[in-house]
Every structure is written in structure tokens, then in C-alpha cells.
Design a protein around this ligand. Structure first.
Ligand code: AMP
Ligand code: GLC
Length: 467
């Protein structure tokens, strides 16, 4: 039976985080910002395209993803792969012809994209938390997607580093045609195509992007990082997912230097993981992990990290049930914690967990706040205002977390979502689930940034009161 207190806990967490967001301090967001164009897939259109491109060839690609997309059948086959599995995937599009094909196919919506772009608009544009963002390509199309609010990009003016709103960054950094565009093919649960049916709503992303995929880091961040870091109290890092064995070395040199500066200045940094197909890059990311205060990931990302830690059985176990088996998740989180990260935030469809090397209800409350923002993003495809976040208090908690809560209560004596495991605190929350979400892209970023920043807002708010 689900703890009857959750409604009350949700309501008080929301009020507390909202009241304390002003105490969070400024947040540095690096590195990936792009333009997302969304196409909501239609069965007849997709089937017609598959027939035209050659059904057999397309079907061939629908059981195993290629490394990158070089042909139209590969594009359509990869979309089909996502639909069949109900899983998200993202591939780089290396061919001009396919990029042109996608452009002509068109889109239903243009949105801010990339972890940095999405988090900047949420933290700065909705929560009013000042952010300094890395935007590799400041085209008019890209900068036009930033909300109003305390959102800044660094800019050199007469040799001095200034912070300006992206819309005020004149002398645009590149060709308009050159904007990094990610084509996002979204489908609802039960979407049918060629006799397949999607078990879960999700999306396939085809990236026509030569900036973020290579982790292009702007000069302002290479030359002025010390100054940028001096002005922030938190950092969220993301965008390593498209790197390969051949491309990661140069940007990782810069990233390591950035992390060194942040840790010297005692700025807690959160790593927002995304599924990273290249095993060498994943191993390198693991090597960087001890330099982070916190890491955020979902079940697929956790399994992929366990794989490179030679924990293949555990990786398999993590993906074998839905929602992910909490015992396996906790075992994997403990392995990551042993590497020296102080906070591990896991999210899956139905529940979130945070394993922390410190204690306090504020960890759980920040997770509850994040679940409200996530439900808002699922309902509307965007988080337009705090009023809309408050409305998500009415979204019901999904039933799938009940057995997880029961098991954690029995095994670890968890109370109101808080338990102790091997000297760590475990915080658990059952999440609000939106039955028919508008879209799925960007919900993970919304969850992780809200929980990380929410936690520090509460923590710093309490410290201030004590002083
Ligand atoms: P990611 O795959 O990292 O972008 O994260 C997606 C997360 O969004 C999942 O782990 C869920 O916690 C959350 N989520 C997905 N769909 C819904 C939904 N319909 N309602 C609420 N939360 C959702
Ligand atoms: C990845 C994609 C980007 C999308 C984001 C959402 O970074 O490249 O297009 O907006 O994920 O989480």
C-alpha cells in the first residue's frame, strides 16, 4: 500500500522549494545547446515513406541501429527501431542528402534543445535563477529561442568579458544555415506502423549538428573560464554523448581544466548523463566522475555505465523489468558512490531515487519538486510558469511505484521516502505520471536540473536562516 502522506509531502515540498529558489545562486550550464524541431509521427505518412525508400532495407535497420545515419533507409529504420522498442535513441546524420530529406519532411514545432538550452529556459526563464550558458552557435534562430529572464552568455567586448542575454549577443557567431538542428520524431504509446506497436511513448533524434556532436567549446569559455566560474555557485555539465574515440580527446582536455577550476572554487558540479554509445567515451566519463558532486541518470544510462565497469549481469538486470528493479538500481548506485560522487540521482518512469553522502529531508523535497515540473513538461511539452507547475499537484501519482515503496520499506525501514543504506541516505519519491503526454523530449533534463538546483536552494536557504 502506498504511503498516504505523499499528497501532503508534495504540497509542502513545492511551497518550500518555490520560496527558496532565490537562494540557489547562479548556475553555470555547459556545453550543449541546439535547436529541436519536432515531428509528431503519423502512420500513413511514415508507411508511405518506408515503402518509397525500400521496405526490406528499412526493416533491416530496425533491429539494429547503425553508428550514424548516412542514408534515408537508415533514418527510417532507426525511427522504426525506436518505435518497436519504445526507447529513445539519438544518432548523428552525416549526409547532406538525408539532412535535406528531413528538412523537406518538415516539422510541427520548433523548440529550444540540448540540455543547456532546456535547463537555461527552465532555471532562468521560469525559476528566476540566474544562469550562464554555453551556446556553441549563437545564430538568430538559436538565440530567438531563449526566454526572457536572467539568462546570460559571456561575450568579449574590447577585450573584457561581459555577460549579456543571448538575444543581445550581436555579431552572431555563424551562418544562419549552420544552426545545429535536431530532428525529433515523437510517437505516442500504442503508435502502430507496419504491424509494430510502440510499447511506450518516446522519440528518435536525428542530429544535423556539427557543433554539439563534436563538443565545440567557444573561445569565451576557453579563455575566460576562470572569470565565468568566479561568478557562479553551481554548475551543470552535459553534452558528451555524441563524442567518439576519435573526437573526445581535445574537448575533454578543456573539460578537465574547467572541472579543476570549478572544484578549486568549491562550486558543486552536476553531471547530466545522456546515453553515450561509444564505450571509450563512457570509460573516460567514468574517469571524470570523481570531479563531480552529483550525477543524474536514467535506467538505460545507469546500465550503460555498469557495462563499462564490467558489471554486465547487473546492467542486464537493470533493463529486464519495468519499472527498473530497485534492488539492482541501488546496487548500481552504490558502485557509483564508491567512486567518490556525493549525490547520485536516478530517475525512471514511476519513481526517482537519490543516494547521498549526506542526510536531510531537503534531498527528498527537491525530488518531489522535480516530479511536479516533469509532470508539467509531460502535460504541456514545456514548463511555461510556476502556476502551471502548481497545477501539476493535481496529477495523480503513478501506481507502478507502490511495490517499489513497499520493498524499500520492508528491506531498509524507509519512512516517508527516507532510508539509510551502507552509510548513505537513500531518498525515494513516487512520481506523478501524465497519462497522455504531449511529448517526451527534455523531461529528463527538467527533472535533474530542478532536483539539483532545488536541493541547493533549500540547503542554502536553511543555512541563511541559521546565520
Ligand atoms: P529521459 O529519458 O532521461 O529524458 O527521462 C525521461 C523521464 O521522464 C523518465 O525517467 C520519467 O521519470 C519521466 N517521464 C516520462 N514520461 C512521463 C510521463 N508521461 N509523466 C511523467 N513523467 C514522465
Ligand atoms: C539531447 C538532444 C537534444 C534534446 C535533449 C533533450 O541533448 O541532443 O536535441 O533537446 O537531449 O534532453
Amino acid at each position: 500500500m502506498m504511503n498516504p502522506n505523499w499528497d501532503k509531502l508534495y504540497a509542502s515540498a513545492f511551497e518550500r522549494v518555490r520560496a527558496n529558489l532565490g537562494n540557489a545562486g547562479s548556475v553555470l550550464l555547459a556545453y550543449n545547446t541546439n535547436v529541436d524541431v519536432l515531428r509528431y509521427l503519423r502512420r500513413d505518412d511514415l508507411e508511405e515513406r518506408i515503402e518509397r525508400a525500400g521496405r526490406d532495407e528499412v526493416l533491416g535497420y530496425s533491429s539494429e541501429l547503425p553508428e550514424m545515419i548516412k542514408s534515408v533507409p537508415q533514418l527510417l529504420g532507426s525511427i522504426l527501431w525506436s518505435v518497436r522498442q519504445g526507447k529513445a535513441a539519438e544518432l548523428f546524420v552525416g549526409s547532406c542528402r538525408v539532412r535535406f530529406y528531413m528538412k523537406r519532411w518538415g516539422w510541427d514545432e520548433v523548440r529550444m534543445g540540448g540540455q543547456v538550452g532546456i535547463m537555461a529556459n527552465l532555471l532562468g526563464g521560469v525559476y528566476g535563477v540566474p544562469v550562464v550558458a554555453h551556446v556553441p552557435q549563437l545564430s538568430r534562430l538559436q538565440t530567438g529561442l531563449f526566454r526572457e529572464g536572467p539568462i546570460y552568455v559571456p561575450k568579449f567586448e574590447n577585450g573584457e568579458l561581459k555577460l549579456v542575454h543571448p538575444k543581445k549577443f550581436s555579431g552572431h557567431g555563424g551562418w544562419e544555415e549552420d544552426s545545429p538542428i535536431h530532428y525529433i520524431y515523437e510517437f505516442p504509446r500504442g503508435f502502430r506502423v507496419l504491424g509494430f506497436e510502440a510499447p511506450r511513448e518516446n522519440r528518435f533524434i536525428a542530429s544535423a549538428d556539427d557543433y554539439n556532436t563534436a563538443l565545440v567549446i567557444r573561445d569565451e569559455f576557453r579563455e575566460g573560464f576562470d572569470e565565468i566560474a568566479a561568478g557562479v555557485g553551481l554548475a551543470i555539465i552535459s553534452g558528451f554523448q555524441a563524442l567518439t574515440e576519435d573526437t573526445y580527446r581535445e574537448p575533454f582536455g578543456v573539460v578537465k581544466e574547467h572541472l579543476r577550476v570549478l572544484s578549486e572554487r568549491e562550486v558543486p558540479a552536476h553531471l547530466e548523463l545522456a546515453f553515450t554509445p561509444d564505450e571509450t567515451v563512457r570509460r573516460e566519463i567514468l574517469r571524470l566522475l570523481p570531479m563531480f558532486w552529483s550525477v543524474g541518470l536514467n535506467e538505460v544510462e545507469l546500465a550503460s555505465v555498469m557495462e563499462v565497469m564490467n558489471e554486465r549481469d547487473l546492467a542486464e538486470k537493470l533493463l529486464s523489468s519495468d519499472p527498473a528493479d530497485a534492488d539492482a538500481v541501488i546496487e548500481a548506485m552504490l558502485k557509483l558512490a564508491a567512486l567518490g560522487v556525493r549525490r547520485i540521482h536516478f530517475h525512471t518512469y514511476g519513481y526517482y531515487l537519490a543516494l547521498t553522502a549526506y542526510r536531510g529531508e531537503f534531498v527528498r523535497d527537491a525530488l518531489l519538486f522535480a516530479a511536479l515540473t516533469a509532470a508539467t513538461k509531460a502535460r504541456l511539452g514545456d514548463v511555461p510558469s510556476m502556476e502551471e507547475v502548481a497545477k501539476s499537484l493535481k496529477v495523480p501519482v503513478g501506481g507502478m511505484a507502490g511495490p517499489v515503496e513497499e520493498a524499500l520499506t520492508k528491506e531498509y525501514g524507509m519512512k516517508d521516502g527516507i532510508a539509510e543504506i551502507n552509510g548513505y541516505q537513500l531518498a525515494f519519491v513516487p512520481t506523478k505520471i501524465v497519462e497522455r503526454p504531449k511529448s517526451t523530449v527534455g523531461i529528463g533534463d527538467t527533472i535533474s536540473s530542478s532536483a539539483f538546483v532545488g536541493e541547493f536552494a533549500l540547503r542554502r536557504g536553511t543555512q541563511m536562516k541559521r546565520l
